[in-house]
Design a protein around this ligand. Structure first.
Ligand code: ZN
Length: 162
């Protein structure tokens, strides 16, 4: 028999509880843990598995909490209308010409340049390609919700705040 702590070959081992796990260890190592009855082994290993899972979950939540404050996102630039208009004028195109090149109606271009519509991704890409400009930019979203006093947010907290 081999001691599960130090790996020494022993004639007999003692079951001890070390940090919630039952190990069969030699007499030297037994002093690191609490003695348990030999018959307990089956039942006592079970809770330690659950405990390990809980610890893992807690660790995951804490790690996530570190990144909770700031989030990066690609958003449509606030001045996208201006960007379109300026790029078009630089090329000397009329709204009508840009519409033709994009295979869109002139009214769409008018709406875009006046900020009268929020273009979807497909339309944004089309404009970007046609005018060779960028309409999207990286923004940092700072979240105001914070876990109370360094404690990780539980699912319950999350639901309450939403
Ligand atoms: Zn040992």
């Amino acid at each position: 028999m081999i001691c599960e702590m130090c790996g020494k070959e022993m004639a007999s081992l003692l079951p001890v509880r070390i940090e919630g796990t039952i190990l069969s260890v030699c007499r030297d190592c037994a002093r690191f843990g609490d003695n348990v009855k030999a018959g307990n082994k089956q039942q006592t290993t079970q809770p330690s598995v659950i405990q390990a899972r809980l610890q893992n979950r807690e660790r995951r939540m804490k790690t996530r909490d570190v990144y909770e404050g700031v989030e990066e996102s690609i958003e449509l630039a606030e001045d996208y209308s201006k960007r379109i208009k300026e790029a078009r004028e630089k090329l000397g195109w009329k709204q009508e010409e840009l519409a033709a090149k994009m295979n869109e109606r002139e009214s769409i271009i008018h709406k875009l340049e006046s900020g009268g519509m929020h273009p979807d991704d497909a339309l944004i890409k089309k404009v970007e390609r046609t005018l060779d400009i960028k309409l999207k930019e990286k923004v940092l979203l700072t979240k105001t919700e914070k876990a109370p006093s360094g404690k990780a947010l539980t699912l319950e907290d999350f639901i309450k705040k939403k």
